[in-house]
Design a protein around this ligand. Structure first.
Ligand SMILES: C[S@@+](CC[C@H](N)C(=O)[O-])C[C@H]1O[C@@H](n2cnc3c(N)ncnc32)[C@H](O)[C@@H]1O
Length: 417
């Protein structure tokens, strides 16, 4: 276990104790105990339904779920993104509540948690939706589709894909919609677009000019590609999934459940990633427009991040059971060349909020993000992640503290009378 310099988080027990009950355990720092090897060949293949920027490693999610919760426990992720934490929790028998403001993230999470149990059921649903899509095909008016979207597709492929999209939306078939968005753009033959990147959408027509690669610019058959996608998704399907609910909502307004064992989440890191811009083609397809709102405006990202964390956690923390945990995976961030210590910002939120005072910082785990997992083409953006584990005091400790508060209140009443 490696020790990190104490200066990174300056909330030492002594300083914190003066103003609040919040405490930091002696030397909570360590390096990641999970494997850094890629686990896509063993993970449940629902994780690979479609890409999402800022997605966390399945190994981190599995480790934290195993370490801090037990089967049957209730786990919440109010910034669920593509649903890595919710799916891992559901696979290991935890009940799950998930939410996010990004409709594409919510779609993926719903698809993973609430999708069909059997491959053949998904294929049957596809064939029935395809019949409906063919009826809708002639009604697709491509002049209504923005030019930047049309640039990615052969017109006939686009017409079929949009017709299928409309049919699936009308049935609320989130799983098949997620599969459709999963094959929307890439340079491989199994996908629907002209040659382009898979994650953040960029056309690769300079790398693959039409004159040299005419086959990459021909119409693509949507139905056979969807079938192949479904078969790939069911290579390692979830053997079981526990009860779960997924909502499209702001974390500050998320439903407060009873008896939470853990909140495990990776919140947005001060606008380091733009979840709308970087997912724009899939989002447009899903909504037939782009949401106007950005995750966190550019001005004062640190203050807005602090407010987001305070108002989200102060509401939800009350639902966390004694000895339950709030576990946050945060990335490094920088503004105008100045590094912002996101972990420090989160820790100070816990120190300052009276509700969050009932938690102690028990572990700080540092993990490097390998270049292959970073989304920007120039590999800018978040390079390392810090996992902060805050634990709620035990019932006994809470009772002792409440007695102390009550007796302090009695003394002050007597003094004042
Ligand atoms: C780092 S990503 C989460 C990634 C996720 N853990 C995964 O593995 O895919 C942060 C998420 O926070 C969401 N988000 C940003 N502001 C939000 C808010 N106010 N309420 C809820 N979700 C928000 C973004 O849409 C994004 O999906």
């Amino acid at each position: 276990m490696a020790t990190k310099p104490a200066s990174r988080i300056s909330t030492h027990r002594t300083t914190a104790a003066k103003s609040s009950a919040f405490s930091v355990h002696e030397n909570p720092y360590e390096l990641a105990p999970w494997t850094s090897a890629c686990t896509t060949s063993v993970d449940c293949t629902f994780h690979q339904l479609a890409p999402y920027i800022g997605r966390i490693k399945t190994t981190i999610a599995r480790y934290l779920i195993d370490e801090y919760t037990s089967p049957g426990d209730l786990v919440m992720d109010p910034f669920c993104g593509s649903g890595v934490i919710p799916l891992e929790a559901a696979l290991s028998g935890r009940r799950v509540i998930a939410s996010d403001t990004n409709p594409y993230g919510v779609l993926l999470t719903r698809a993973k948690l609430l999708g069909p149990g059997q491959e053949e059921e998904a294929i049957d649903r596809l064939h029935s939706s395809w019949r409906g899509a063919l009826r809708r095909r002639s009604k697709q008016d491509l002049r209504q589709v923005p030019q930047w979207v049309r640039r990615f597709f052969h017109p006939e492929t686009l017409r079929h894909a949009l017709a299928l999209r409309d049919e699936l939306v009308s049935h609320e078939d989130w799983f098949l919609l997620a599969c459709l968005l999963g094959i929307l753009h890439h340079q491989r033959p199994g996908f629907l677009s002209y040659p382009s990147s898979h994650l953040v959408p960029y056309l690769r027509n300079r790398l693959f000019p039409e004159e040299q690669f005419p086959e990459m610019y021909q119409e693509r058959d949507v139905l056979s590609r969807m079938e192949a996608k479904i078969r790939r998704a069911f290579r390692r399907p979830p053997p079981r999934r526990a009860r779960s609910s997924v909502a499209l909502c702001d974390s500050r307004k998320a439903r407060v459940p009873k008896g939470l064992k853990a909140i495990i989440a990776s919140p947005p890191y001060m606008n380091e990633l733009d979840y709308v811009r970087d997912n724009r083609l899939r989002l447009w397809f899903l909504e037939r427009r782009l949401p106007e709102e950005r995750d966190i405006p550019k001005s004062n990202p640190e203050g807005l991040f602090r407010d987001l964390m305070t108002s989200t956690l102060a509401r939800l923390a009350a639902a966390v059971v004694p000895e339950g945990a709030i576990i946050l995976i945060v990335g490094d961030a920088s503004r105008g060349g100045r590094a912002i210590d996101t972990a420090q910002v989160v820790t100070s939120v816990f120190q300052k909020s009276p509700v969050l005072n009932a938690f102690s910082l028990v572990r700080v785990i540092n993990d490097l993000i390998p270049d292959v997992r970073r989304s920007r083409r120039d590999l800018s953006g978040t390079k390392s992640e810090t996992i902060l584990v805050f634990r709620r005091q035990s019932l006994r400790r809470l009772q002792v503290d409440q007695k102390k508060i009550a007796s302090a209140a009695r003394i002050s009443l007597m003094e004042n009378s």
